[in-house]
Every structure is written in C-alpha cells, then in structure tokens.
Design a protein around this ligand. Sequence first.
Ligand code: ATP
Ligand code: MG
Length: 569
Amino acid sequence: MYYTKLLIPTLREEPGEAEIISHKLMLRAGMIRKLAAGIYNYLPLGYRVLRKIETIVREEMNRAGAQEIFMPMVLPAELWRETGRWDQYGKELLRLKDRHDREFCLGPTHEEVVTDLIRKEVKSYRQLPLNLYQIQSKFRDEIRPRFGLMRGREFIMKDAYSFDIDEACAEESYRKMFEAYNSIFRRCGLIFKPVEADSGLIGGSFSHEFMVLADTGEEAVVSCDACGYAANMEKAEGKSQKSEVRSQKSEYDLLPLERKTTPGKKSVEDVAAFLGVAKEQLVKTLLMRGGDKVVAVLVRGDHELNETKFARILNVTEVELLAPAEVEKATGAPSGFSGPVGLKDILVIADSAVKGMANFVVGGNEKDMHLINVSMERDFTPDQFADVRNVQEGDGCPRCETGKLIIVRGIEVGHTFKLGTKYSVSMDATYLDEAGRPQHMVMGCYGIGVSRIIAAAIEQNHDKDGIIWPAAIAPFKVIILPLNMTSGNVKTTAESIYKGLSEKGVEVLLDDRDERAGVKFKDADLLGIPVQIVVGDKGLNRGIVEIKTRATREVKEVAVEQLILSWEI
Ligand code: ATP
Ligand code: MG
C-alpha cells in the first residue's frame, strides 16, 4: 500500500481524551476515532490489526474443532426472560422496542440465543459434541466506558459455546478451548497468564481468565513464586503468614476491655495513628447487605474485604455496603464507629485471619468511641469464620508448602467458563441419550475480547516514540521510507523494493509522502511497523539501503540488489 492512498491521520499532540498509553497511541497513530462514549470507528490501520487478530482467533478455533456461525445482534426479550437474565443483567443491557412495541436488547453475550438454536436443532447424542463460535460486535452499556478499546460499550468479541452429553465430555471441550486460547495469545505475541477465576454460584462449574500482564491492567493477578498456582484477586486464596498475625491470644495476656474516645477518627489509618497501634491491631466492622440479609463482616485493619468471596458465603450474586443512615439505624452509631461487641440481631461473619486475635481495637457502636483490648470469645463470638479477604503479597500459597504469593497487574483478554447445565436446564435444552431418555446438555462458554487485545498488545509493546507491534498482528510487516521523493533514484529504488517485497507476499507500506525525513521517521516509529527500510541518496551512492528493526532500533546495511533476493519472510 502507498501511504498517500491510505487514511492515516496521525496526531503530533497528545490527545486530551485519553488516559492510558494504548488509547493515546491508537488515536495518535490514526487507528481509531471516537463516535460516542465507548463507541469507536476503526480506521484502515486499526482495522488491519483487528483483522489480523481475528484471523489468528479463527484459525485456532477451527483447529480446535469449533464451527463459525453468526448470530444476530438485536435479541428478543422473551429468550432473556426464560433464563431470568432480562431482570438480572441490570443496566449493562441496552433495551429497546420495535414499532410494534415488542421488547429487544442489544446482545452483550449470546448464551440464550445459541441455546435456543441448539435445543431446536439437536435431538440426539449422536449430534454432540458441538462447539459454535462467532466474531461479532457486542454491546454492553458499561457504567464507565474508558481507556478506548479497552473498555468500550460496543466492542468486538469472539464468543464460543460448547454442548456436550455429560460432565466428562464437557471438560474435554473445555480443555480444548483452554489450549486454543493459549495458542491464540501466544501467536498474538503477548505475555499472558491463565488464572483461576470465580465462577459464581453455578454448581459443577469452573473458570479461567487469560490475563495480559501490564502495569496499567485493571485486574490484580495473584500467582505463587514456587508452584504454578495463579488466580485473579476475586478468587485467590492465601494463608496468612504466621509472623504477620499479631496479637494472637497465646502470645499475649488478655487485657481488660476499655472504652476510648476517638473524636472524629473513623478510618483505620486515623484510629490506628490516634491510638498509637499498628493497623493489624484493628478489626474493622463493615455492614453489608446481601440479598435480604444484613451482615456485619469483620476484617483485620490492614486487610480488604473481598466482595466476591463474601457474596459466595451468603449464597448471593452481589453484596453492597449499607448506606450511612442504615448503618446508624443498625448500630446506633454513625459509620466509622461500628463494632461487633454488643451488636444485636445482626449476623457476624469474621474473616479467618481475625480468628484467635486478642487485645484488638473495634468500633464502640457509639459516636466518637472505640473499644480497645477486645478479645474474641470473651467479648463477642462471631457466628461464622470464613475466608472473605483479598490476599496480600507475601501470603502463603494455598497449593504448595513453601511458595509465597506475588501480585501483578493484568488485562483480561479472554475468559473460559464451564457452565454446566445452568442454561440447558432453564431453557430446557435436551438430547436423547442412547437409551432414548432426554438429558440436559452440559455447556461451556468462551470469550475473547478481540478489540481489547489491540489495546492490551500496545500496553505491553511500546516505547516513548510509539507502538512496537508484535509481528503477527502488525498492520504491515515493513514500511519503506524514501527520504526524498524528489530524487529520482530514491523514488525508483523505493518503488522497486516495494514491488519486489509485495510480490514475495510481504505486506509493505511505502511512505510516498512528500514529507521531510524527520516527519517520516517520527510517523514510522509511532505506527510501530516492525521493520523500516530507509532509502536515501547517501546510501544509494554506496549501493545500500538501511534496514531498521523498530523494537531494538538495530540498523543493518543491505546491498540494494541483495535485498529482495535474501529477504526472509
Ligand atoms: P470485565 O470484567 O473486564 O468487565 P467480563 O467478565 O464482563 O469482563 P466476559 O463477559 O467474560 O467479560 O467477556 C469476554 C471477554 O470480552 C473479556 O474477557 C474481555 O476480554 C472482553 N470484554 C468484556 N467487556 C469488554 C468491554 N467493555 N470492552 C472491551 N472488551 C470487553
Ligand atoms: Mg464486564
């Protein structure tokens, strides 16, 4: 392609609308433009990258035996009502009505549609297993669309759905997808990690997320420094290090309980500083609602509540903090002063790390009041202990004896999920087994954020001058930079290299603009095409051109007549 024939509106200035580097670089490199919040146009370069990723995804999905289909984007409400998700999905589901007042939504995911298709078309165990996938625009009315393609409202997803006769076969389908996902992200040139993820409340289900490791990632990725254990923060379990657990009963004499006024001191930091104790000597009491229950949950001062684990304990999908007025009603004190001692008619669940603590500080259920030297059992007894906190760096690994947990940031680019019979039961998708009895199909679903991969790849591969594409997903493999288009020799040499490489099947961009050399170098670095071929009068006088690797900036001189002959794809 000739540069002047492509729409590549590069920007010199930092775009004000972008916060993270991938978004900035995609705008500056003229790959995308915003139409509305979280909704983007893909320009030629951006679209080429997207197509590259789609091709890799297709090849690996097909290799794993999945079949490509294409489902509609506008979905009838009735299907979503069958599974209950019309009500459960919340505001992310964009609902609309047609001219006959019939309700629809824009598809955020397609379990209902594909299950409906299969229950009508598949009758016998002989037709299974089946794995169907599509690459398609999804719409989710995200509360905070941001970071460009990273969290869009309209975005491109590959979603696949497997149908099997039983659990064992479903696990085999899952394993195939897990392997295909590893191949896809490896081929995209990404550094990534599959991690165990929470799978909600569905029985017989499990799930993994594929995380591209990058400091700007929204997710915390937990892994063991000794064994292969890795999980996302929602799911990760850890063992508190013994040395870390202060104020264990056995190590201290029990001191008498005391009331201490703590005027205006509500946060763990403020209370600890005011009383002159460490944060881990405090136990915070959070009043939460889960379903129709109100629960006081106790977490050590230096720990954080993990809402996903907590919700799971309560057997609900979501929990939320009580509003300040509700806290006051439940405890008799403003929030910031809640505590478990003397709390009435409220279930108390304590994190396992709180077990056995003594001489600690809690809120006094009275404005500006805390209790010190509190002891478990003597002063109160929680109804239940459970692991409800986020792990911390340095916690012991739950799988091996010696390992310690490390935490890094990641971007979720894929998600595999063994669903079990959740949808086949609610939508009655059955097949007839060998004995002619109807059985529910066992399902899996598997998503890849195709457009998010573009952003993730840039987060992982850039420098101060621009993008550095992994070769497999680069919009072009080579960019030719004729330094002076008015020089006949430079122009004809550049064009003959272009022709020669194109004939060999190399994707080449020829910067035929009548621009200064400096501008061409800057734009070439910004666009991040892996190989730059620099054609200038000076070199040509010696019969050479320069080949520059974008990533390393390594420069090699190559004789013009050798270039095409010796080119390795
Ligand atoms: P997240 O936790 O990031 O919201 P999710 O759990 O809602 O993701 P899934 O429903 O599993 O995501 O969707 C499959 C894949 O689609 C995700 O792994 C992610 O790569 C991608 N994805 C999800 N939401 C978005 C979005 N708003 N913009 C771009 N890609 C997305
Ligand atoms: Mg989401």
